[in-house]
Design a protein around this ligand. Structure first.
Ligand SMILES: Nc1nc2c(ncn2[C@@H]2O[C@H](COP(=O)(O)OP(=O)(O)OP(=O)(O)O)[C@@H](O)[C@H]2O)c(=O)[nH]1
Ligand SMILES: [Mg+2]
Length: 221
């Protein structure tokens, strides 16, 4: 089956080439799409040189927008399965082949065997709270709703995306999983260890977290 890996980037020059190479080593036949939001640090060129296809975005910045555009391209090109992951080293490429067993497979920090490395207690509590908040509002039987390490069956993603209209930012991660659940998909969580980003700056901010907190309750249908 043809595999695509979608990696959104915003100024990840220190990380992107390493991730792209590692992914291509683990999944030699896969096509890696880096969806870049006009990074000013040369991320796009570094990604291309490492073997990725780069989708250079314009227009409103944001994780949700970037994923929508990347996924649309992948589906238009007829890939059979789609992985999504971060560029900053938090998602370990050798884990990709373990994401199996469902139409949507979620790399999960908050199931037995999963966890984080290098995270303060406060950060862990915030992340757990974020997932518990979404789980409660949306009545979802899943533990990690805010992460971005997933494998999608392309047919499921194709059915789910038209129903995801609202979130530009991090709520996109929650919304896609919610719509998959509503569509009756087989969803499994596979334990992962999420490592603190080694280099570069986080794009997470209180404003972005608050935006997600505001949007999530309205995702319910
Ligand atoms: N294209 C695009 N990518 C983004 C945007 N915001 C974040 N990203 C990328 O999305 C991934 C996750 O963002 P991070 O900043 O690592 O967010 P996080 O993992 O929640 O936060 P940290 O744990 O602090 O790293 C990274 O690959 C970022 O480069 C954006 O607006 N546009
Ligand atoms: Mg990160």
């Amino acid at each position: 089956m043809s595999l695509a890996v979608v990696i959104p980037t915003l100024n990840e020059a220190e990380n992107v080439a390493g991730v792209v190479r590692a992914v291509l080593q683990v999944l030699p036949g896969a096509t890696v799409f880096v969806v870049d939001d006009e990074s000013s640090d040369g991320t796009a060129t570094l990604a291309r040189d490492a073997g990725a296809r780069v989708i250079a975005r314009r227009g409103p910045r944001g994780l949700g927008h970037a994923y929508r555009e990347g996924f649309a391209r992948v589906l238009a090109e007829g890939f059979g399965a789609v992985y999504q992951m971060d560029a900053d080293g938090s998602h370990d490429p050798p884990v990709l082949p373990t994401l199996v067993g469902g139409d949507l497979v979620i790399g999960s920090r908050w199931v037995k065997g999963g966890g984080t490395r290098g995270w303060s207690l406060g950060r862990q509590v915030l992340s757990r709270f974020g997932s518990a908040y979404a789980r409660a509002w949306l009545d979802l039987p899943l533990r990690d709703l805010t992460g971005g390490f997933k494998r999608w069956d392309a047919d499921l993603l194709r059915r789910v995306l038209p129903n995801c209209t609202q979130s530009g930012g991090y709520a996109f991660q929650v919304e896609t999983t919610l719509r998959a659940h509503e569509a009756g998909a087989r969803i499994v969580e596979v334990p992962i260890t999420f490592a603190e980003r080694a280099r570069g700056r986080s794009k997470m901010s209180p404003a972005i977290a608050l935006e997600a907190a505001r949007v999530v309750p309205g995702l319910r249908r």
